[in-house]
Design a protein around this ligand. Structure first.
Ligand SMILES: *Cc1c(COP(=O)(O)O)cnc(C)c1O
Length: 390
């Protein structure tokens, strides 16, 4: 029989090179040798999902009504729980009918939203270094990414004035993300005000990724973009239950804000997926009602690790941002190294894995990202090992 020729579509061929591939290989090699690897490259909480959430899931899974297709936009009870949580946490009012949409993890919504609004040739404004899904989502929708560099001199906020006017004419949508992965930067009220008037002036939909809004330190709560007046007129905010409640594997998140934007995203979703397993939505409702004492314990755990790693790296003379939020440390590589060679050095000499900053985009070159997702003991050991090789 004649073999068919299987050729990847242009959008797949055009995917940016996967810069973590080399690191993955090095990691597999190291693990193959049976070495005691400390992996600080993981953006996934090591702590388990709180018990009350697991218990609610156990009960919900027994109910046959949850075994059927869920509703596309999410159960009204879940959207109501999101509305209540938003009111309590941010004092922002939402209409659960049309200003809340459930997502199969926020990655799903972020990946799909450009499909609803981007035509071929349209521009998507993308922060870099940043979550790799933003430029890929733009590419899959036939759009072009315009990179907004996040650099220390601008407190890792995009410089909106640096965007050329030719680009602004074609820009339809922008992604922003605070508290920021990977730089750990937090945005203030003035920045969001600037974003809102910029979006209104240039007719750009704002998609704010707030996945880390609840992983904060020293009791300094990050803002929601929707707390600033005018935000709901220009965009939406993505939230994830993954990082806040240690639920990365459960796949549940939500988007809130502008009803028209959410309806557009919802249109894509009704045609591609069938929503979130209702038992998981029940667990999500329970998660959103988690007691402050439980959440504080999670935050305190990260804070203890942050303090150990931050202090340790600082004492070694490394240039590092002290995170106000997120479970990442964004660290400048020492003289004589670049992102890749420093990561290779840490792995080969200290048996420690970090993420090279250039993997998040070219402006991340010269940095590495350390995650606070290993135990306090291992975090201390990591400091020990790094200090021995520097
Ligand atoms: C982890 C992460 C997400 C995705 O979270 P899910 O809800 O699990 O899909 C989105 N944005 C950023 C910046 C993240 O780090």
């Amino acid at each position: 029989m004649k073999k068919i020729s299987i050729e990847l579509a242009k959008r797949v061929k055009d995917l940016p090179p996967y810069l973590f591939a080399a690191i993955d290989k090095m990691k597999q090699n190291a693990l193959g040798k049976g070495v005691d690897l400390i992996d600080l490259s993981i953006g996934d909480p090591d702590l388990p999902t709180p018990k009350h959430i697991v218990n609610r899931m156990k009960k919900a899974i027994e109910s046959p009504m949850h075994h059927r297709y869920p509703s596309y936009e999410g159960m009204l009870s879940f959207r109501q729980a999101v509305t209540d949580w938003y009111k309590m946490r941010f004092n922002v009012s939402l209409n659960p009918e049309n200003e809340v949409l459930s997502l199969i993890g926020s990655k799903e919504g972020i990946g799909h939203v450009p499909l609803a609004f981007i035509n071929p040739g349209d521009v998507v404004l993308v922060p870099s270094p940043g979550y790799p899904v933003y430029p890929v989502a733009a590419l899959f929708a036939g759009g072009k990414s315009h990179i907004m560099p996040l650099i220390k001199e601008n407190n890792f906020l995009p410089d909106l004035k640096a965007i050329p006017s030719g680009i602004l004419k074609k820009a339809k949508l922008m992604f922003i993300n605070y508290p920021n992965n990977p730089t750990s930067a937090v945005a203030g009220r003035n920045f969001y005000k600037e974003i809102i008037s910029f979006a209104a002036e240039h007719n750009i939909i704002v998609c704010h990724d707030a996945a880390y809004s609840e992983i904060y330190y020293d009791n300094q709560k990050p803002l929601s973009f929707l707390q600033i007046s005018g935000a709901k007129e220009v965009g939406i905010e993505f939230h994830s239950l993954s990082k806040t409640y240690n639920m990365t594997g459960w796949r549940i998140g939500f988007a809130v804000g502008n009803a028209k934007v959410l309806a557009g995203l919802g249109k894509i979703k009704t045609n591609l997926d069938s929503g979130v397993f209702q038992a998981v939505q029940e667990a999500g409702i329970e998660a959103l009602k988690t007691k402050e004492t439980v959440l504080k314990k999670i935050r305190d755990t990260y804070q203890e690790r942050r303090d150990i790693l931050y202090k340790g790296l600082k004492e070694m003379g490394l240039e590092v941002e002290k995170p106000k939020a997120t479970f990442y440390l964004w660290v400048k590589v020492p003289q004589g190294f670049n992102s890749t060679t420093f990561v290779a050095n840490l792995l080969n000499k200290a048996c420690l894995l970090a993420t090279p900053g250039n993997g998040f985009g070219t402006p991340g070159e010269g940095y590495v990202r350390f995650a606070l997702t290993v135990s306090t003991t291992k975090t201390k050991e990591a400091v020990n090992r790094i200090s021995k090789i520097l």
